[in-house]
Write a protein that binds this ligand. Structure first.
Ligand code: PMP
Length: 357
């Protein structure tokens, strides 16, 4: 099979060895002569998977002991509501940093429960930058941020300094770089970028921050209920959790988050350097807000679109068509994407420039 350079924005590329192990487990899991898909989630073999997955998260992100790790369902989209239910007090309020589509959707869900203040927004420039110098209200229950804006190709470079608890949607950059978990009361992330396939959502939550809203929380949205049942309140999504476990094991075996952070920086430097130096391309995000995960760019001359598109397709590049809200191109460079794939894209960009110089 010829190699495809997979720049998909999510679900996205996973390590080849993970895909191989994952496919084997569908047929014969742990030499049980049973598929992982046909055993009980209460079996010893699956409980071990769940525990390994949770422990790998702890190890890779240095999660402090007073935090809980959960693998739940509903995607980050349910996380928007879960965050508000568990952290916004009755008659309380929350502060949201509006950095794009997903941040907006999070804000919209929180409005169902109480007052929401948008502390800053980059909507004026189609979300191509991360706002700076905004005031965070000291009386809000929390500040919500989206650390990486998958659609617009922007990323927070620093955690805001905040006196109120911070909740972060890290769906598209978790495990891509070191973080300080204790900066946050809640981190949540859909698995389908750096962690595994779609179907499970990771929550990392400070236990002592829960149970303070005065609300009656529906069981499936209540993080305390999930903690009390060790992430098995209902039947967990066994396969996405298993594949996430394999992906996290791959990350650990190769050197962990510190290792991948270096490689992710190399990949981003390689591509942004080409975008900045090639006269046929222009980045859409402001330079100091650029994401190391999703690079968004356009052609400076739209007449070259068909030619460029056929060149990258011929080079076995897939998934770089931009999101409709931005247009142009988006190259997503998640953990499992090798540096050679970025080089392949850069080579095509150089070739186009050479033809038109
Ligand atoms: N937040 C961010 C930053 C995302 O990129 C996405 C999806 N791509 C979501 C939230 C929504 O996630 P889900 O589809 O898992 O609900």
């Amino acid at each position: 099979m010829s190699k495809v350079h997979n720049f998909s924005a999510g679900p996205c590329i996973l390590p080849q060895e993970v895909l191989k192990q994952a496919s084997e487990a569908v047929i014969n899991f742990n030499n049980l002569n049973l598929s992982l898909l046909e055993i009980s989630h209460r079996s010893k073999d699956f409980i071990e998977v769940m525990e390994n997955a949770r422990n790998l998260v702890r190890e890779l992100l240095n999660v402090p002991d007073n935090y809980e790790v959960l693998f739940l369902q509903g995607g980050a989209s349910l996380g928007f509501l879960t965050a508000a239910y568990n952290f916004m007090k009755i008659d309380g309020s929350a502060a949201y940093l509006n950095t794009g589509t997903w941040a907006n959707k999070a804000l919209k869900e929180a409005k169902l429960l109480g007052g929401v203040l948008e502390v800053a927004s980059s909507k004026d420039k189609n979300y191509n930058y991360i706002p700076k110098n905004y005031q965070i209200p000291g009386n809000a229950d929390y500040l919500h941020i989206t650390t990486n804006n998958t659609i617009f190709g922007t990323q927070l470079k620093k955690t805001p300094i905040s006196r109120i608890p911070i909740i972060a949607d890290m769906s598209s950059d978790i495990f891509s770089k070191k973080i300080n978990v204790s900066d946050y009361d809640l981190i949540y992330a859909g698995a389908q970028k750096n962690m595994g396939p779609a179907g499970t959502t990771l929550y990392i939550v400070k236990k002592s921050a829960l149970g303070k809203t005065g609300r009656t929380i529906p069981s499936m949205l209540d993080l305390e209920v999930h903690i009390s049942k060790d992430s098995m309140f209902n039947t967990p999504p066994v396969y996405p959790i298993y594949v996430s476990m394999l992906t996290l094991q791959w990350l650990k075996n190769n050197g962990g988050v510190e290792w991948i952070e270096g490689i992710n920086q190399q990949k981003a430097d390689l591509l942004y350097n080409e975008i900045d130096n090639n006269p046929l391309f222009k980045g859409t995000a402001e330079v100091d807000s650029r994401s190391n995960m999703n690079a968004t760019f356009v052609l400076t001359n739209d007449d070259l679109k068909d030619e460029f598109d056929s060149m990258w397709q011929a080079a076995n590049i897939s998934g770089i068509k931009g999101h409709r809200d931005v247009g142009g191109y988006r190259a997503s460079m998640y953990n499992a994407l090798p540096l050679e794939s970025v080089q392949a894209l850069v080579d095509v960009m150089k070739e186009l420039a050479k033809k038109h110089s």
